[in-house]
Design a protein around this ligand. Sequence first.
Ligand SMILES: *Cc1c(COP(=O)(O)O)cnc(C)c1O
Length: 339
Amino acid sequence: MKNLDWKNLPFSYIKTDYNVRYIYKNGSWGDLQVSDSEYLNMHMAATCLHYGQEAFEGLKAFRGKDNKIRIFRWEDNAQRMHDTALGIKMEPVPKRIFKEAIFTAVRLNKHYVPPYGFGASLYIRPLLVGFGAEIGVKPSKEYLFMVFVTPVGPYFKEGFKPVDIMICRNYDRAAPLGTGSFKVGGNYAASLISLEEAHKNGFSTTLYLDPKEKKYVDEAGPANFFGIKNNCYITPASKSILRSITNLSLQELSKDMGMKVEQRPVPLDELPSFEETGACGTAAVITPIRKIVDPETNLIYNYCKDGKPGPVSTRLYHKLVSIQFGDEPDQHGWVEFVE
Ligand SMILES: *Cc1c(COP(=O)(O)O)cnc(C)c1O
């Protein structure tokens, strides 16, 4: 194990020893290459630099009490990156290559997988970019698929604590028929101004509304939204949000716990009726929401009135984290060991 300050690991980039790369060229994917460089050498006219042919994924590897390393739901990330690639006319990465890449990257950097007990994990970042030179607007004929890893601490230093968020009225992260359902960097670029405004006003993130009518809840920055009421887990259905794998897991766990699950449009005026709300994604798993503020109507929706996360969110959070770290049986077949 590397000698890092595991207890105070930030959620930011830390150099590891190796990354892995594949090049798609002349109609086929080449062999796995292992690199110890943090840099890419690419053509200045590569389509990822000019026309946004860029897709990424994010997943994690966890070290259990038994010292074994587990990767969580990688096949879902492989499928999502496949769908994203088709969505912006990139060459999809075959599942076999996706698997070989992430497992090799984790294995080669296994000394960076944080020890059990700190809530820390190894973040895995697959990246697919248009690599060939084009000046006209067209898909690249060449692609780079790479995976790097970095050890991360919990997303929020304070841990599992409720945050305040702000409804975003002046910006959208995606268009109604745009790329909101794909994990592409462009959606993130489009979110930066509103995110900074939210931070400046003391909010942790923004809550986006559906870009067409501004009547429904879409998602909370780079995390899906859910609400809990009457023993039901409710999460928006929308064409402009990303299918969060954490959200899918929470839906399954909710059913296991005897709750109902509804995925459907969530009108803004339903917000006051929720007992609990939260944001979910790989980075933080669940971020409980204490308060949602609407800057247009000045309405404030309050949850967790005693300042603590709600009971259902708390139970879901601990359940999912326990499965990821191997403390509880993996009944859904979500984890795969790195040998
Ligand atoms: C990655 C991402 C999420 C979270 O997805 P997970 O698979 O749970 O990590 C949610 N929304 C957006 C826009 C994202 O890019």
